[in-house]
Design a protein around this ligand. Structure first.
Ligand SMILES: [Fe+2]
Ligand SMILES: [Fe+2]
Length: 134
């Protein structure tokens, strides 16, 4: 199979607030490993991604609660859906569905870039106290 994954510009995932951008660098490194055709250890990378996402979402949610962020609910729902789907993909991988995991891995950056732009960027702006972020 030589089908190239659509490349998402990685700049799209950075939001200008260091603690969140540090998490996004980590996410990017794990997804790069997961989508590297030379790498086949999906089980290990999915586990790393799951552990990462639990920490990633918890930190963002902690910021939202501490700062009374008005869009906590919708943002947290996207996190919960993502983590549920990730847990589901780990179960499917354990059941032998490698194609399903491969497909999922190649969609990850697209989902994440959209989440970063639509949810994390407004949160970052709010945390930095920028006007218009509400
Ligand atoms: Fe994030
Ligand atoms: Fe988020």
């Amino acid at each position: 199979m030589s089908q190239a994954a659509p490349r998402i510009r990685h700049d799209d995932i950075f939001v200008g607030f260091k603690p969140i951008d540090d998490l996004h660098h980590e996410f990017q490194a794990i997804v790069d490993a997961l989508t590297d055709p030379a790498e086949a250890d999906y089980g290990e990378h999915l586990l790393a991604l799951h552990e990462h996402m639990l920490r990633h979402t918890a930190l963002e949610e902690q910021y939202m609660l501490q700062e009374n962020y008005p869009h906590y609910g919708v943002h947290k729902r996207e996190h919960d859906r993502f983590v549920e789907r990730l847990a589901d993909m780990r179960r499917r991988f354990d059941a032998g569905d490698v194609d399903g995991v491969r497909h999922y891995a190649h969609e990850l950056m697209g989902w994440f870039a959209a989440h970063a732009q639509n949810q994390d960027a407004p949160l970052a702006a709010y945390l930095k106290g920028e006007a218009g972020a509400r």
